[in-house]
Design a binder for this molecule. Structure first.
Ligand code: SIN
Length: 503
C-alpha cells in the first residue's frame, strides 16, 4: 500500500509553491502531488491579471493595499489576515522570481505595474496577459526536477480517510482513482494539503475550466471539516460572450485598468450611475451593474470598448487576448467586444487558520479552496495568486510540527469502493451537469432564494446520477458530479441567512 509523508491534492500555484518550499527545506520527506488531469490543467494557468504587491513604497504603501482589500471585502475580511498577506507579499514575490517567474518591466527598467478594479494604485505585477501560465510553467519545471517530489497526473482523489484518536479527528490518508491503470487505491500519509481550486463549473457562465468542480470542498465537507462563506461567489464582469461556451474566455480586468470602457447597446458608458469609480469599481459592483443593464435592456451582453486605446501598446500588453479575439473574427481596435459577467472565484471555502490548518488534524487547505478571511464578500483583483503564495508559505512552515507528531498506524485500510466502471460514460452526466448549472445560476441570481425547492432538485439530481451506475460502482464522471452536488448543497445552505449576495 503506497505511503507518503505529505500528499498534496491539486497542481495550481498554491500546491506547487508549497511542494517546492517544503521539499527544499525537508529533503528527508517524501512529497506526492496528485492531480486529476494533466498537471497544467489548472485555474492558475488561466490567470491573466497578475499579483498585487506593494513594490514602490514612495508611491504606494501597505496601508493603501490593506484599505483597498478591506473595502472590496465589504467589511467581512479578517483584518489580521489581510495585514499578514499584504505585508508578506514582497518576500513571497522575491521567492517566486528566484524560482524563475518573469514579470514585465517598463523602458526605465521598473516594474510595469498594472491597475485593476478596486485598487487605488498601480500595483499589479504581470507577465503580459498570461501571468498564471508563466508561473505554472516555471513551478512545474522545478517540481519535475525535485527528487523528493512525485507528481502523479490523472490521479483523482475520491475521499479523505479520517480516524478518531483520543477524541480528535485525524486525516490519515486518501482513496484515489488511478486513471492510468483504472484502479482505486489507498495512500497513507502524515498530512494532506488540499489545493484543489474552486467550483465555477456549478454556474452556466464561468471562466473556470472543466476541472473546477469543488472537489476539495466536497471531500473536506464529507470528512466533517468546517466550510465557510460559500455564499460569496465572485463574478468577473468581462468574460467574452460567445454563445453557450463553457468556460467563457476571460478578458482581464487589466484591460479596463488600461483604459477600456464598458458600454451598453446604445454605446453609452453606464457604470458611473452605480459607482463614481466607473469601470474601475470592484468586480461585485461592476458585475451587478452589468446584470441590471442587461435585464433592463433585455440584451444578452454589453460591450467592452477598446477602440480609443493605443493599439500597438494594447497588443503589446494583451497579446493572448488579442490573438483569441482575432481567431474568432473580433478586432478590438475596431470592433466592440461583447461581454457578460461569469462565475470566476469562490471567496469562501474550507475554513483555515493563518497557517492553512483546517478544523481537523493533519489536514491543510491552501489556494482558492481555502477560506482564509482575506477576501470577505468580494476578493480584490489579483489578490488570489498572492494569497496562494502566502498561505503555501505559512502551511509549509507549520507542517513540520504536524509531521513530527504523526505516527503511521499499522491498520491497513481496504478500499470501500469495490468495483470500477471502465466505460466512464460522460454523456448522461453532461445533461445532469447542465441542469445543475441552470439550477445554481438561477438560485444564486434570485433575490428570494427558494431553498427548499433547490434542495429538492439537488436530491432528484443525486438520485438520477446514482441510477446511472450499478451498486458498488464508481466512475470518474460520477465522482465529479457528486462533488458538484455536495458543493451546490453547501452554497444553497450558506446562502440562506444572507439577504444579499455578491452578484
Ligand atoms: C483578471 O485578469 O481580470 C483576473 C485576475 C483575478 O482574477 O484577480
Amino acid at each position: 500500500m503506497p505511503k507518503t509523508d505529505i500528499l498534496i491534492v491539486g497542481s495550481g500555484i498554491s500546491g506547487l509553491f508549497f511542494a517546492i518550499k517544503t521539499a527544499r527545506k525537508r529533503p528527508d520527506l517524501s512529497i506526492c502531488i496528485m492531480t486529476k488531469e494533466k498537471a497544467n490543467n489548472t485555474n492558475t494557468q488561466l490567470a491573466q491579471g497578475g499579483i498585487a504587491v506593494v513594490t514602490n513604497q514612495l508611491k504606494d504603501s501597505f496601508e493603501q493595499h490593506i484599505k483597498d482589500t478591506l473595502k472590496s471585502g465589504a467589511g467581512l475580511c479578517d483584518e489580521e489576515i489581510v495585514k499578514m498577506v499584504i505585508q508578506q507579499a514582497p518576500e513571497r514575490l522575491e521567492e517566486l522570481i528566484e524560482l524563475g517567474a518573469i514579470f514585465d518591466k517598463n523602458k526605465e527598467g521598473q516594474w510595469d505595474l498594472g491597475l485593476e478594479g478596486g485598487h487605488s494604485q498601480h500595483r499589479i505585477l504581470h507577465h503580459k496577459d498570461s501571468s498564471g501560465l508563466e508561473i505554472e510553467k516555471k513551478l512545474l519545471s522545478i517540481i519535475t526536477q525535485t527528487a523528493n517530489i512525485e507528481l502523479l497526473e490523472n490521479h483523482q482523489v475520491i475521499e479523505l480517510n479520517t480516524e478518531t484518536k483520543r477524541n480528535e479527528v485525524n486525516c490519515t490518508g486518501a482513496f484515489f482513482y488511478d486513471k492510468n491503470n483504472n484502479a482505486i487505491k489507498y495512500i497513507r500519509t502524515r498530512a494532506i494539503v488540499l489545493s484543489t481550486g474552486g467550483c465555477g463549473q456549478l454556474f452556466e457562465n464561468t471562466t473556470n475550466p472543466a476541472i473546477a468542480t469543488g472537489d476539495g470542498i466536497a471531500m473536506a465537507a464529507r470528512a466533517g471539516v468546517e466550510i465557510k462563506d460559500m455564499q460569496y461567489m465572485q463574478f468577473h464582469p468581462t468574460a467574452l460572450a460567445s454563445g453557450n461556451k463553457n468556460p467563457l474566455f476571460l478578458i482581464s480586468e487589466a484591460v479596463r485598468g488600461f483604459g477600456a470602457y464598458i458600454i451598453n447597446d446604445e454605446h453609452k458608458r453606464f457604470l458611473f450611475k452605480y459607482d463614481l469609480r466607473g469601470e474601475l469599481a470592484t468586480r461585485d459592483i461592476v458585475s451587478r451593474a452589468i446584470s441590471i443593464e442587461m435585464l433592463e435592456t433585455q440584451k444578452k451582453h454589453v460591450y467592452l470598448d477598446c477602440r480609443h486605446l493605443d493599439q500597438d501598446d494594447f497588443f503589446k500588453h494583451f497579446p493572448s487576448i488579442s490573438a483569441h479575439c482575432n481567431a474568432i473574427g473580433l478586432y478590438p481596435e475596431k470592433d466592440l467586444v461583447p461581454i457578460v459577467p461569469a462565475a470566476h472565484y469562490q471567496c469562501g471555502g474550507i475554513k483555515v487558520d493563518r497557517n492553512g490548518v483546517t478544523t481537523i488534524k493533519n489536514l491543510y487547505a491552501i489556494g482558492e479552496c481555502a477560506r482564509t478571511g482575506l477576501h470577505g464578500k468580494n476578493r480584490l483583483a489579483s489578490n488570489s495568486l498572492l494569497e496562494a503564495l502566502v498561505f503555501a508559505h505559512q502551511a509549509s512552515n507549520n507542517i513540520d510540527k504536524t509531521i513530527a507528531a504523526f505516527i503511521f498506524s499499522s491498520k491497513i485500510l481496504l478500499p470501500k469502493f469495490s468495483t470500477v466502471n471502465i466505460k466512464n460514460n460522460y454523456e448522461p452526466y453532461q445533461i445532469l451537469k447542465k441542469e445543475l448549472q441552470k439550477l445554481i445560476t438561477s438560485f444564486y441570481a434570485s433575490d428570494e432564494h427558494d431553498t427548499h425547492l433547490a434542495m429538492l432538485k439537488i436530491k432528484m439530481l443525486k438520485n438520477e446520477a446514482e441510477n446511472l451506475i450499478d451498486k458498488n460502482e464508481i466512475t470518474i464522471p460520477f465522482i465529479d458530479f457528486s462533488n458538484m452536488l455536495t458543493t451546490a448543497l453547501i452554497i444553497i445552505k450558506q446562502c440562506q441567512p444572507e439577504k444579499e449576495h455578491s452578484y
